[in-house]
Design a protein around this ligand. Structure first.
Ligand SMILES: Nc1ncnc2c1ncn2[C@@H]1O[C@H](COP(=O)(O)OP(=O)(O)OP(=O)(O)O)[C@@H](O)[C@H]1O
Ligand SMILES: [Mg+2]
Length: 324
């Protein structure tokens, strides 16, 4: 097996993270598109930067674009550039983000928010490696590697018609899914110690230390904001409680964990048991099958859809003889 390289900006030793980092290393040298998936704050942009750093393009530019922030009417010229006079106000040639990324990497973040009208143009660009600035009669060769990321379920979006299926397939050649922090085990503690030390240095303060109850609380918290949430918490702790030994009560984390993500439970029953009863085993089988289908066999995502750990999912798939 390929050893995981030291990646100074992406810390963690959990097998869940290492699997992704190993796959990332393997594709870093190729020029193929990579689709980075994961909940908000799991490190998608950090991983895109790592892919660029490890690639033969590392000497070229890394241009990050948030597709959700592109104004619809200007999106095409922002991305592919324009010639002087292409439209009112276009007083000089502009290379656009694609032109600016020449020789390097273009990172299209929140790709699920790319306006529908632009999607066929991006597909054309990916297939032909040519960009056509607005107002330019000729297409120009482009030497750009494209990385994309989203926290959305693009597969579902393409089923619903808000994302073009052909583009989805093109981008999905190499999907890398970052696991949520709550499934990375002790990485939470390793990251917490790292961030406390980092912010102590930045702010010239003594790093607080975490007692056993604090560590337990960090491990039990569901981290909806993932690594970003943990990082911000650590900065707050350094600023407000420098040099102290912290217990769980100092962290300000809410106690409940999994139930937080199940709001319907508070409102009453999660599902209504029909008067005639139900085949629980058959229901479980069906839900497992649907989750595997919807995620195209990605076990990490299927486990998340069902609120299970990966191991529990594997156990249940085996029990129901569902092919992984
Ligand atoms: N494994 C990690 N080790 C160290 N720092 C990390 C790790 N993962 C993420 N971070 C840090 O956490 C913060 C959030 O990461 P990043 O911006 O890459 O997340 P994201 O998945 O792009 O989030 P969003 O979906 O909200 O855009 C950044 O400050 C990043 O440096
Ligand atoms: Mg991001």
């Amino acid at each position: 097996m390929v050893p995981v390289m030291h990646t100074e900006n992406i810390l963690g030793q959990s097998p869940e993270l290492e699997t992704v980092l190993r796959a990332a290393q393997m594709v870093s040298k190729a020029d193929c598109p990579v689709l980075i998936l994961g909940e908000s704050g799991t490190g998608k942009e950090e991983l895109a930067r790592m892919l660029h750093r490890l690639s033969p393009r590392s000497g070229g530019p890394f241009i990050a674009v948030n597709c959700g922030a592109l104004p619809a009417e200007l999106a095409e010229s922002e991305l592919f550039g324009h010639r002087r006079g292409a439209f009112t106000g276009a007083d000089r040639d502009q290379p656009g983000f694609v032109g600016a990324a020449e020789g390097g990497t273009l990172f299209l973040d929140e790709i699920g928010d790319l306006p529908l009208a632009l999607q066929p143009k991006l597909l054309r660009f990916l297939e032909r490696s040519e960009r056509q600035p607005l107002g330019d009669p000729c297409a120009r060769k482009a030497n750009v590697r494209v990385l994309t990321a989203t926290h959305r379920d693009l597969h579902a979006a393409s089923d619903q018609g808000s994302f073009r299926r052909d583009l989805f397939y093109r981008l999905h050649v190499v999907p890398l899914e970052l696991p949520p922090l709550r499934l990375r085990g002790n990485d939470v503690l390793l990251l917490a110690d790292h961030f406390l030390g980092e912010f102590a240095r930045t702010h010239g303060a003594a790093a607080p230390r975490l007692d056993r109850s604090a560590r337990r609380a960090l491990l039990a918290h569901p981290w909806p904001g993932n690594v970003r949430e943990l990082r911000h918490l650590c900065e707050r702790l350094v600023l407000l409680l420098p040099g102290q030994v912290l217990g769980a009560e100092n962290l300000g984390l809410r106690r409940t964990s999994h139930a937080d993500r199940m709001p319907s439970r508070e409102a009453g029953n999660l599902v209504q048991l029909p008067a005639e009863g139900i085949e629980l085993e058959a229901l479980e089988h069906d839900l497992l099958r649907q989750a595997m289908q919807r995620t195209r066999g990605c076990k990490a995502r299927a486990a998340r859809l069902l609120g299970l750990s990966r191991n529990t999912l594997l156990y249940r798939l085996k029990k129901h003889a569902i092919e992984g």
